[in-house]
Design a protein around this ligand. Structure first.
Ligand code: 4AD
Ligand code: MG
Length: 454
């Protein structure tokens, strides 16, 4: 059967005598003498309005053409008098390809709660909001690849199964083929403990030490039991790594990447973004546009702590030099103080992983976090410690098995260079682009504590 995607049909330059579209019925309205079927095939946010006249051959299948049913409609494409769409189809034939029992079909026309929709994650892509989010996510992924390609970065893949812990935060998922109870890892598949990766950075650094500029775009896993709207146990990270580069180079890279991806999605996904601007976050598009124009703010960690101490706000977690910034602190800095994206640099050495380069003050490291109003941290990165002795000292202090990192320290033995990189959480980027405030609603099948359905 030759069929036209609804996205293509809606862009037609002229009327057409016979066209076939397929899709799922989103809504149906019966009038005197005819029925309206709003059909969507996922190719665009806009539904195709199909008009079926009573008494015609096409009308024979109308009793089965209920919400959620899959249909094929053939008819004439004619200019629509409606405001919502330019074209509509006057049906000559209507075929119901797959029934949907109206009594039990879970997607009702009325607005349903996010919580309920999460419980039917296999059907929620059929709602306007999730379909638009998924199309934006696809455009954003392409925009990221295009950005790095234009900047001469090589796209590489790093392992999902690893024996090392990059972040040293202990939030690791173990992978084993042993029977439960058998703790002898020498009998295990890899003859040593195996984990799901929390970051591709360490392997990424080795590839950047040969190719100069690389990036990864892959899944990462963290067993942090933080039941927040911003953390998932499985998420995707984009991790560029640049040789012959320092902290300021990746600050610049992070800012230009975010701006480029936002601009690209504003351009490619106007129709889908309009849904979020209208129903989820008023002013979203104007905000995104302004963020592509204005320079991001920059604060050191030490300045940030001083600002927080002087803010007069009563924070739940008191703040002083040496503590990690909490969400409430990050929100104050980005939303209240800067009122735009802000890059915080030079965090205390004591709260950051072994690989970050020590600054000359001996107390801080060349780290950066990009914080956004409404989202919090979207990017974390650093210049890496390229000096062997310093790195070995930090490894000995922070890990129980420094010898496992022999290959990582080798990079500092053979042709070591200043290098730097960062990680962008893809889901946090989608939260930024859509205004959706819960990470569970930007992942088709979210993995969070206690939740592994689908
Ligand atoms: O700040 P993080 O932990 O940095 C790293 O993993 C570095 N190794 C990256 C690098 O330098 N190559 O994580 C980076 C980003 C965060 O800023 C956040 O956007 C996202 O990953 N992220 C999460 N997103 C969803 N759920 C979680 N549990 C996340 N943890 C981190
Ligand atoms: Mg971080």
């Amino acid at each position: 059967m030759k069929r036209t995607l609804i996205a293509q049909a809606l862009e037609a330059s002229e009327a057409c005598d016979s066209i076939t579209i397929c899709g799922w019925i989103r809504s149906r309205r019966d009038a005197k003498g005819f029925s309206f079927l709003a059909v969507n095939d996922g190719s665009t946010r806009t539904h195709m309005q199909c008009i079926v006249d009573n008494g015609t051959l096409a009308a024979r299948e109308l009793p089965f053409a209920t919400n959620g049913a899959a249909v094929a409609v053939t008819g004439t494409l004619t200019a629509s008098p409606g405001k919502e769409q330019q074209w509509e189809i006057h049906a000559q034939s209507l075929k119901v390809l797959g029934l949907a029992d109206p009594e039990t079909y879970p997607l009702q026309k009325k607005r349903q709660s996010d919580e309920f929709l999460r419980s039917i994650a296999h059907l929620r892509p059929r709602t306007n909001k999730y379909a638009s989010m998924l199309r934006i996510s696809s455009e954003a992924a392409f925009a990221i690849h295009s950005f790095f390609r234009a900047e001469h970065f090589t796209y590489v893949r790093t392992p999902i199964l690893t024996g090392s812990d990059c972040e040293g935060a202990g939030e690791l998922f173990r992978v084993t083929t042993l029977d439960p109870g058998n703790k002898d890892t020498s009998e295990d598949f890899f003859t040593k403990p195996c984990r799901l990766t929390v970051s591709g950075q360490l392997e990424g650094e080795t590839l950047a030490s040969a190719l100069g500029r690389i990036y990864t775009f892959g899944p990462t896993f963290r067993a942090e039991d933080s039941r927040t709207p911003r953390h998932a146990a499985e998420f995707w990270m984009i991790e560029p790594e640049m040789a012959f580069a320092d902290l300021s180079d990746i600050m610049e890279l992070a800012e230009s990447m975010l701006k480029s991806v936002i601009a690209s999605v504003l351009d490619s996904s106007a129709n889908d973004l309009a849904l979020f601007d209208r129903f989820i976050e008023e002013g979203l598009i104007a905000k995104l546009e302004s963020w592509t124009r204005e320079p991001f703010a920059v604060l050191t960690y030490t300045e940030s702590v001083r600002l927080l101490e002087q803010s007069g706000e009563s924070f739940v977690y008191p703040v002083h030099f040496g503590v990690d910034l909490q969400t409430e602190h990050e929100r104050y800095l980005a939303e209240t103080y800067c009122q735009k994206p802000v890059i915080i640099i030079d965090y205390p050495k004591s709260i950051k992983p072994f690989y970050m380069r020590e600054n000359d003050d001996g107390a801080t490291v060349a780290a950066m976090d990009v914080l956004l109003p409404g989202i919090g941290e979207i990017i974390g990165g650093s210049q890496r410690e390229e000096r062997l002795e310093k790195l070995e000292a930090r490894l000995a202090k922070q890990t129980q098995t420094p010898e496992d990192y022999w290959w990582y320290t080798d990079l500092r033995r053979f042709g070591s260079v200043p290098h730097a990189g960062f990680g962008l959480g893809f889901e946090r980027l989608l939260m930024l682009l859509t205004g959706i405030r819960n990470i569970r609603d930007v992942i088709p099948f979210p993995r969070t504590p206690g939740s592994l359905e689908f």
